[in-house]
Design a protein around this ligand. Structure first.
Ligand code: FES
Length: 107
């Protein structure tokens, strides 16, 4: 089962999820990473669920057209839309609201 490490507001949360899980769907049914993951539409339209991938990006599929449209240059900084990802492998990610995210990654 994928181990998901989630960072937000200086805190770190970690739990295993079933293979094929979507973190926004899980939050919608009040499972980890609920209540910490912020999201809205669940359909790739609002970018509220945007997270920066810290580790495990190599195991994710390429960004889909919704992610490209919503994230633009942020894709190059490692951002993905959590609602568009179905997780099969361990992943470490951080949620910073896009409005508050630095223009250039400091990593
Ligand atoms: S929740 Fe709206 S884009 Fe993911």
């Amino acid at each position: 089962m994928p181990l998901i490490t989630f960072h937000k507001n200086g805190q770190t949360f970690q739990d295993e999820v079933k293979a094929g899980s979507n973190l926004v769907v899980r939050a919608g049914i009040k499972q980890y990473p609920y209540p910490h993951l912020t999201y809205q539409c669940g359909m790739g339209k609002c970018a509220t669920c945007a997270c920066r991938i810290i580790a495990g990006a190599e195991n994710l599929p390429p960004p889909n057209w919704k992610e490209k449209k919503q994230l633009g240059d942020r894709l190059d900084q490692g951002y993905r839309l959590a609602c568009q990802l179905w997780l099969e492998h361990d992943l470490e990610l951080e949620q910073i609201p896009l409005a508050a995210a630095p223009a250039v990654s400091a990593a």
